[in-house]
Design a protein around this ligand. Structure first.
Ligand code: FES
Length: 172
């Protein structure tokens, strides 16, 4: 269904929750070290505008750091003004990660999985810093246009549920 399609270039990120749910995320909404959650919204393959909230991999973390804080292996070309976006879908068994401090790795903010304790360093390409995940979270290329966040490519690594037909068709 259109709601399950992958983010495409040109989609706009909208708040996933809170008082502004469904409204475009604005640059000023993103506080340093306070990530927020978003979904992509844009044209689906049927040509209609749709909120792509029908699948876990499209729940997104939007975080903002000083550009100089973003370290390898972050794909900095896929960030803009220090804004970096990842799928929330844990690469272990697919739970939605949360944002919180992670003291074992001395991180003020990290993506931490409530299921088995997987932890990802958001400033270093979502590299795994704890628990069982075998791979980093999938980064989504982004650019700032006006004060909105616009998708600027496809996920840079495979989202968890790669067997979904929508994924296969969009990678062809
Ligand atoms: Fe995230 Fe297991 S599903 S650590």
């Amino acid at each position: 269904t259109p709601e399950k399609e992958l983010p495409r270039p040109g989609d706009v990120l909208v708040h996933a929750d809170g008082p502004n749910a469904g409204q475009p995320v604005q640059l000023a909404d993103i506080q340093p070290e306070r990530a927020l959650f978003a979904y992509p919204k844009g044209k689906a393959s049927n040509g209609k505008e749709v909120l792509k909230n029908g699948v876990d991999r499209n729940q997104l973390i939007v975080a903002k750091f000083q550009p100089s804080e973003l370290k390898a292996p972050t794909d900095v070309k896929a960030t803009d003004q220090g804004v970096i976006v990842y799928s929330r879908q844990c690469m272990h068994l697919g739970c939605a990660v949360l944002i919180q401090p992670y003291t074992p790795a001395n991180l003020k903010v990290a993506a931490v999985c409530p299921c088995h304790g997987g932890a990802y360093n958001l400033t270093a390409g979502a590299q795994v810093v704890g628990g069982p995940p075998p791979a980093p979270l999938a980064q989504l290329p982004i650019k700032v246009q006006g004060d909105q966040l616009v998708v600027d490519g496809f996920f840079l690594s495979l989202p968890y549920d790669i067997s979904e037909p929508e994924f296969v068709s969009q990678k062809e």
